[in-house]
Design a protein around this ligand. Structure first.
Ligand SMILES: Cc1ncc(COP(=O)(O)O)c(C=O)c1O
Length: 353
């Protein structure tokens, strides 16, 4: 008899992201404007036929990255987007029917991977006022919990755990022997980081991505940082040559270019600040603490705004339903001021009370 994995048959995945060209993309927390064409051309001009013909070599880039992080390569695994690292950690550090605790809403793939591997995903909901406490999360940990996922700052809510709060999680997890995954996809938009803790303790991982601030979502690159034995297990689950040469070349050049990262942060957070001021002066309720995205409560129907933004204004944004006292609302990726101006103008026109 043929065998088919029933879990996959029943798994719901969304693969509808292929026709976004030409839209102002404020739906997936990428950089809507990207790197300059000049920068792209400069990097590509260094690509040789040999570099394309051979399997990608990761040692040089991993050493470079380790140097930037003040660690060594045993503490790092390069992954094909941090989503690959997250999947590897779930596969390596949880068992079928084991519990994975994570706040909700958060990045959808945590739950998708849990279902894919037959793990029990335990969501910790935000309160009505959209706050959540360490105790709310800890109260959901049981004897079956094997992985605690903390997203700093969390997507889509934008809240970040402080260092003191993270320490409470780490101590509780260590006491109960639960692995912790700290997802720092939005690290550059938020000062809090657990990277040094992950580099010096066992059973704590940090995942990071080059898809967001670095504007390399199309190139697929991320990394897992942790203790060497744990990282080695993550590495074993990678497909051979999982990380491509173009992604490493771009990432290295971005980090090497004096002042580039700082100006990208300034440019993107400057646009966010402008949007915050506009929302204030137009009487909007929103949440915007950390990250390159905002949660906005519209005056009229959120799904209708999302539909018309796309159809009439060529702007992609995302709707979230049932979010505490916010009800249904918009999650909008923030970016340089020019993109925020286009979004705000469209919002004022479409969102009639
Ligand atoms: C919290 C979080 N983690 C991870 C990812 C995945 O990023 P990537 O696989 O592109 O590195 C995302 C993407 O939106 C995210 O929001």
């Amino acid at each position: 008899m043929y065998y088919v994995n029933e879990r996959l048959v029943n798994l719901h995945r969304i693969f509808d992201q292929n026709k976004r060209e030409g839209y102002l993309r404020l739906d997936l927390n990428e950089n809507p404007e990207g790197l300059s064409q000049e920068f792209i051309d400069g990097v590509l001009s260094r690509v040789t036929p040999e570099m394309v013909a051979q399997y990608p070599e990761t040692l040089e880039f991993t050493e470079f990255l380790a140097g930037r992080l003040g660690t060594d390569i045993e503490h790092l695994s390069l992954v094909n987007g941090s989503s690959e690292g997250i999947r590897n950690i779930i596969e390596a550090f949880t068992a079928p029917s084991g519990e994975i605790v994570c706040v909700s809403p958060s990045y959808a793939m945590f739950e998708v991977y849990s279902k894919m591997y037959g793990r029990n995903f335990v969501p910790v909901p935000y309160r009505d006022d959209l706050t959540i406490t360490v105790d709310d999360v800890i109260s959901k940990i049981s004897d079956d919990t094997q992985l605690l996922i903390l997203v700093n700052p969390n997507n889509p809510m934008g809240n970040a755990w402080s260092e003191t709060e993270m320490m409470r999680f780490f101590e509780e997890a260590e006491r109960r022997q639960i692995t912790v995954l700290v997802d720092e996809a939005y690290h550059y938009f938020c000062p809090e980081t657990s990277i040094n803790y992950a580099l010096t303790h066992e059973h704590v991982f940090v995942t990071r991505t080059f898809s967001k601030l670095f504007s390399l979502a199309g190139a697929r690159l991320g990394y897992v940082a942790g203790w060497p034995e744990g990282v080695a297990l993550v590495q074993k689950l990678n497909t051979p040559h999982n990380v491509n040469m173009f992604a490493m070349l771009f990432a290295k050049k971005i980090m090497e270019t004096e002042g580039l990262l700082d100006s990208m942060i300034e440019n993107q957070l400057g646009g966010k600040q402008w949007l915050v001021e506009q929302l204030d002066s137009n009487g909007y309720e929103y949440r915007s603490s950390e990250g390159n995205f905002m949660f906005i409560k519209p005056f009229s129907d959120a799904s209708e705004i999302v539909r018309r933004m796309k159809a009439e204004k060529g702007i992609l944004i995302k709707e979230y339903d049932g979010i505490g006292a916010f009800g249904s609302c918009l999650r909008v990726t923030t970016g340089p001021k020019r993109s925020m101006e286009r979004f705000m103008e469209a919002l004022i026109e479409l969102d009639k009370a």
